[in-house]
Design a binder for this molecule. Structure first.
Ligand code: NAD
Length: 457
């Protein structure tokens, strides 16, 4: 039974974008039952036919790309250019994993008396819980490999951004995905998410969200020994050595922390700069930050949109109190919308609150350092370990530091973190398991070992 109305707000205008029935625990139970019923036929489908279905879903998404781009830009408040890139990645993700059903290879292992072989078996019904910052793209990182491996799915989008996930279900069914294979339930985490985690017929939870909620999910999943993949928070370091191409590093640093208005788990929100290069780096950074175009997400020229909600703006504001050193700020529109200007705090210590906690807004802390050893020590002095960058023209040092940083994803002379074909996920309290690339499939299958006796033993 639905539990009231879910009012979906457009963060750039604060107006209501849509009203939906808000799902409750009974809706989750019904979705799990439908997924359970659909599982035997979906797993039994010939691998080539499963591939063809996923390709048809990708084609359907491509046909409706403009519609999805507008939904994502309006509902999540992201610049339309960014939304376009995200929907392209969603389509690419379905195409990439469409190649997987025929490549889920097992092994044969030499043993006495017979033949030993392994199979990658689907888990059954998997529960996928996603956040509001990249609604459809993060859904696709989970849905596509889960379905490719032969599982059926219940997807719970964030309450603030349910619209694109609902459209994904419609498009997938119209493209030929059998009923019950993908079920979207739009309701609160504390009710619908919790029910998925506790449900005895759900074999696995793949979750992206905050470390705090992730801890509760890991504890809840333990009761039924569910498999879990957790993609959690981050406090990534952008380490810039004096021998780097400082202009390139300064030009790239703003989008690495202010992209998606800083609401990005990979945000390089600690900018570590070698002290001897601090002044020249800061003047180049100031120019780049002041030129960021903050405004209407539907304007093609916009580079940064609003925050997702009034609550998020309040949280972010609490990091820019009177006692922190604000080096410079960019601009933000007046009037309705949850706006917050890009803000650089400097010089900061790694012990300051803004250096330790995930802000999830457009606020960066610049922390000076002296030498390679101190850079590594500061960068690793955090509970998180998701992403990061190293900028240096000394290739040996760049690789040495990249290896020394306790983080799941790192780039040298670049701030890229995510590609469909490469693994993504965190060390330490940034998570467990990997998404994307070949690794994701391991997390949606269990290995079965079969021994076949051939000489009577
Ligand atoms: P959140 O943890 O509040 O919510 C995430 C999802 O979990 C939502 O769908 C929510 O409804 C659901 N949820 C909430 N309480 C629940 C419960 N008790 N049981 C089950 N489900 C529950 O996170 P958010 O505010 O939506 O997103 C921001 C966070 O997500 C940040 O910490 C960010 O770093 C993290 N994130 C991580 C990654 C990554 O890949 N590592 C990517 C994006 C965002």
């Amino acid at each position: 039974m639905s539990d009231g109305t879910l009012e979906v707000i457009e963060p750039a205008t604060e107006l209501t974008l849509d009203r939906l029935p808000r799902a409750g625990a009974d809706d989750v139970d019904r979705a799990v039952a439908a997924a359970r019923e659909a599982f035997p036929a979906w797993r039994a489908l010939a691998p080539g036919d499963r591939s063809a279905t996923l390709r048809a879903v990708a084609d359907g998404l491509e046909r409706e790309a403009d519609h999805l781009i507008r939904i994502e830009a309006r509902n999540a408040g992201k610049p339309i250019g960014d939304a376009r890139g995200e929907i392209a990645m969603v389509i690419e993700c379905f195409r990439y994993y469409a190649g997987a059903p025929e490549r889920l290879l097992g092994q044969t292992i030499p043993v006495a008396g017979g033949v030993d072989m392994t199979f990658r078996e689907p888990l059954g019904v998997v529960g996928l819980i996603v956040p509001w910052n990249f609604p459809l793209v993060i859904s696709s990182w989970k849905v596509a490999p889960a379905l490719a491996a032969g599982n059926t799915v219940v997807l719970k989008p964030a309450e603030l951004t349910p619209l694109s996930a609902i459209e994904l279900e419609r498009i997938a069914v119209e493209a030929g995905l059998p009923a019950g294979v993908l079920n979207v339930v739009a309701g609160p985490g504390s009710i619908c998410g919790k029910r998925l985690v506790e449900h005895p017929d759900v074999a696995k939870i793949a979750f992206t969200g905050s470390t705090e909620v992730g801890r509760g999910i890991a504890a809840g999943a333990a009761a039924t020994i569910k498999r879990v993949t957790l993609e959690l928070g981050g406090k990534s370091a952008n380490v810039i050595f004096a021998d780097a191409d400082l202009e390139a590093a300064a030009a790239a640093a703003p989008s690495a922390v202010f992209g998606n208005a800083g609401q990005d788990c990979c945000a390089r929100s600690r900018i570590l700069v070698e002290r001897s290069a601090l002044d020249s780096f800061m003047s180049a950074l100031e120019e780049a930050v002041r030129s960021i175009r903050v405004g209407d997400p539907l304007d093609e020229a916009t580079e940064m949109g609003p925050l997702i909600s009034a609550g998020q703006r309040e949280t972010v504001s609490s990091f820019v109190s009177e006692d922190v050193p604000v080096a410079f700020r960019g601009s933000a529109p007046d009037g309705p919308g949850f706006w917050f200007p890009p803000t650089v705090l400097a010089p900061m210590s790694n012990d300051d609150r803004a250096s330790r906690e995930e802000i999830f807004g457009p606020v960066a802390a610049v922390i000076p350092f002296d030498g390679e050893e101190e850079a590594v020590r500061i960068a690793n002095d955090t509970i998180y370990g998701l992403s990061g960058s190293v900028w240096s023209r000394d290739g040996e040092r760049a690789l040495r530091v990249a290896r020394a940083l306790e983080t799941g994803v790192i780039s040298i002379n670049s701030n890229s973190s995510v590609r469909v074909s490469t693994p993504f996920g965190g060390f330490k309290q940034s998570g467990v398991g990997r998404e994307l690339g070949p690794d994701a499939l391991e997390h949606y299958t269990d290995v079965k070992n079969v021994y076949y006796a051939i000489d009577g033993s």
